[in-house]
Design a protein around this ligand. Structure first.
Ligand SMILES: [Zn+2]
Length: 314
């Protein structure tokens, strides 16, 4: 075992942890920058200390010692632990999905990690030269190999040595949107109902208590924010991440707490339900619009089927 550092020429011994005591090993070779010793029988996992002739010591990083019978045949890998967090994840949420794993093997190897949904690989990684018996992690940003947003569903990671059999582990659920009204609510006026002046209703109304927290159904960039006394009251438009769609939220209780151009993530607070604009004579409600080609480009779509979907899982 080789320890590297500075001013090591005066090293007298290296002490290893062993059953509540220590075992010392004398240097085999010694230079200013390195000490080599044979790890003594009985040494255990711990932080070895390099001690010099004056008794001064420096502590090495954690050394994990594995008994020979825990080693696997070269090239194979046994997953010891794997987990994915959060267990329920949303596309473009502030927190990416993080896989943590640990495995047994003979020595460092390339681990192949695949993210799988419905039996199909969504994304793959080769984790080069990963040490066995150590903690490893990787994060998934919610994008498929194609660059598109991951689709709703149950996902699992598949982890194995490169080119060999792998095991499924670390399941989690993933959703493409989050329902924006974060408390009790009911469905109000639908898309397309007639409005005064020959207009039609371009969104879906959702009744909720005044002040109910609103969250971005889909992360993105705040494209517009404004106030219209005769129509929407306080409103904002978010250009949805990895989509052509814009998401519009109206009748907010007050100016939304985000700036134009600001990046918001799925599930981030964007204000509260109110009755500003022409909802002032009615109850508090969110007026929500979905624009497939961007706000006021082309036509809006009926958001109800989507809202019901999102409502079903979040
Ligand atoms: Zn409305």
């Amino acid at each position: 075992m080789r320890f590297t550092g500075h001013r090591l020429a005066a090293s007298a011994e290296v002490r290893f942890s062993a059953n509540a005591t220590e075992l010392a090993a004398a240097p085999m070779t010694l230079t200013k920058r390195a000490v080599e010793v044979v790890v003594p029988d009985g040494a255990q996992t711990g932080r070895p200390r390099v001690v010099d002739r004056t008794g001064r010591e420096s502590i090495a990083p954690l050394l994990r010692l594995v008994p020979p019978d825990a080693l696997l045949a070269p090239g194979s890998l046994a997953l010891a632990r794997a987990s994915a967090r959060p267990g329920t994840a949303f596309f473009d949420a502030r927190r990416d999905v993080r896989l943590r794993y640990r495995f047994a093997a003979y020595g460092p190897l390339d681990a192949q990690v695949a993210l799988v949904r419905r039996g199909k690989m969504v994304r793959g990684w080769v984790e080069r030269d990963r040490a066995p018996f150590s903690a490893h992690s990787l994060t998934w940003n919610g994008l498929a190999e194609s660059g598109a947003a991951g689709r709703k569903g149950r996902y699992r990671f598949r982890i194995g040595p490169a080119g060999r059999d792998a095991r499924f582990a670390a399941p989690f659920r993933f959703y493409d949107h989050r329902f924006p009204v974060r408390s009790g609510h009911s469905y109000g006026d639908r898309f397309g109902v007639p409005r005064s002046g020959g207009r039609t209703h371009e969104g879906q109304d959702l009744w909720a208590g005044c002040g109910t927290r609103l969250e971005a159904a889909r992360g993105g960039t705040v494209q517009f924010k404004g106030y219209s006394g005769s129509l929407y009251g306080h409103y904002l438009v978010i250009d949805g991440r990895q989509t052509e769609r814009d998401y519009m939220y109206a009748h907010l209780i007050r100016r939304p707490p985000v700036r134009r151009g600001e990046r918001v993530h799925t599930g981030e607070g964007i204000g509260a339900v109110g009755r500003s604009g022409n909802a002032r004579g009615e109850g508090c409600q969110l007026h929500f619009e979905l624009w497939p080609s961007g706000w006021h480009h082309g036509r809006p779509q009926d958001p109800l089927p989507e809202l019901r979907r999102w409502d079903g899982w979040s």
